[in-house]
Design a protein around this ligand. Structure first.
Ligand SMILES: [Mg+2]
Length: 386
């Protein structure tokens, strides 16, 4: 088997760092970027704010109580995307095998670039230097022979980190880490493993599979492999999707809300399934409606935590649809669509373990992969006429 060389690059406190770059007066102060409204949450806190306990996804009110002296700034998405594009240009100068996970984070497979640029660590050093020169910002890099280890490595020494996990150093690196660092082990599973006396990846790695199977079910072997530092997933460069959606124009306009909801559920399921295939979670769900007069309406709503569960996407889409329908009773619908955007990576450490809904989704996906799209459907979507 050929050994891969994978680098995970993660910009340090990216949104906050861009704000500091654009406004030098902020340097040396606590900076928190996030929604400033009553229900806002923290997108990024710089390292000074983190010392007060502020972290991303925290409600803004809580952040303000913990760190009242911080400067609070609303996100400037367009500016972050501009800087992100410059960062990604540096990646693509090294290798075409770039898998972007978000604006400030990517996996690079540099296996084929080693000779050209000198070596694994030389490439990572060059990347950090290029990013710094082109944007004025620091990045943390992790190097390893697979994605799982490279990602943990980039996180091990933030900010401005530079960590290489060599093939013969995997257990030394992993064993002392808490179990939650295994992708997919979340806040619900961790206490149950703790109750078995398992706190670290090293303890977990040595355990007999039968002991943890009641907790981890058919994911047991997967987690035990991760604990040994094994991960076969390739860097997948084709991740340009900014949104995943599905829409249909009806042959005849539809007025019956039951029929429209059935269609909506079918589309939600299609979209959720594509998200699951891409290992993405969407934070924003939207619907699109066009009436018989060709008037188009779009409605969208965001969640704090992303999802790719068919039932969650449908619940959101249905709520948006019901709101629209209150104002448009009996309006014949010509086109209906469901869209998702604002993606995050499903494999990010700390995401909850699969819920009952997600396990059901997995079973249905498997059946449809084997028997085709019409093999089986969630509840209402069965009523769909077309
Ligand atoms: Mg980052």
């Amino acid at each position: 088997m050929t050994q891969r060389s994978i680098i995970h690059v993660d910009m340090d406190a990216f949104f906050a760092a861009v704000e500091e770059l654009d406004n030098p007066e902020l340097r040396g102060r606590a900076v928190v970027v996030g929604g400033l409204g009553p229900r806002g949450v923290v997108s990024t806190a710089n390292y000074i704010a983190r010392r007060s306990g502020v972290h991303s996804a925290m409600p803004m009110g809580q952040a303000r109580r913990l760190c009242p002296q911080a400067v609070y700034i609303a996100p400037r998405g367009a500016r972050y995307r501009e800087v992100s594009a410059r960062v990604f240009e540096q990646f693509h100068a090294i290798t075409p095998l770039v898998e972007g996970l978000s604006l400030d984070e990517a996996f690079l497979d540099v296996s084929a670039s080693l000779r050209l640029f000198g070596g694994f660590e030389d490439i990572a050093r060059k990347l950090k230097a290029d990013i710094r020169r082109e944007t004025g910002l620091t990045a943390s890099v992790g190097m390893a022979h697979n994605k799982f280890l490279a990602k943990l490595a980039s996180d091990a020494q933030k900010p401005d980190g530079f960590v290489h996990v060599p093939a013969d150093g995997v257990q030394d690196f992993l064993d002392p880490m808490p179990i939650v660092r295994l992708w997919g082990i979340g806040k619900k599973t961790q206490p149950r493993l703790k109750a078995l006396g398992l706190l670290t990846i090293g303890q977990f790695r040595r355990v007999d599979a039968s002991l943890v199977r009641p907790v981890l079910g058919n994911r047991t072997e997967h987690y035990l492999r991760l604990a040994q530092g094994l991960d076969e997933r390739e860097v997948e460069p084709s991740r340009p999707d900014k949104s995943i959606s599905h829409e249909v124009t009806f042959d005849q306009d539809i007025r019956d809300p039951g029929e429209l909801l059935a269609e909506l559920q079918h589309q939600s399921d299609r979209v959720a399934r594509r998200l699951r295939k891409a290992h993405l979670l969407a934070r924003t769900v939207s619907i699109k409606l066009r009436d018989s007069q060709f008037r188009t309406a779009t409605r969208s709503k965001s969640m704090i935590a992303g999802s790719n569960s068919s039932s969650t996407i449908y619940r959101m889409a249905r709520a948006l649809f019901e709101t629209w329908r209150k104002e448009h009773r009996n309006t014949p619908v010509r086109l209906l669509g469901v869209g998702t955007s604002n993606f995050e990576d499903e494999d990010e450490p700390g995401h909850a373990p699969p819920s009952r809904d997600q396990r059901l989704d997995g079973v249905l996906d498997g059946i449809r992969d084997r028997f085709g799209e019409d093999g089986i459907a969630h509840g209402q979507a069965m009523r769909r006429k077309r």
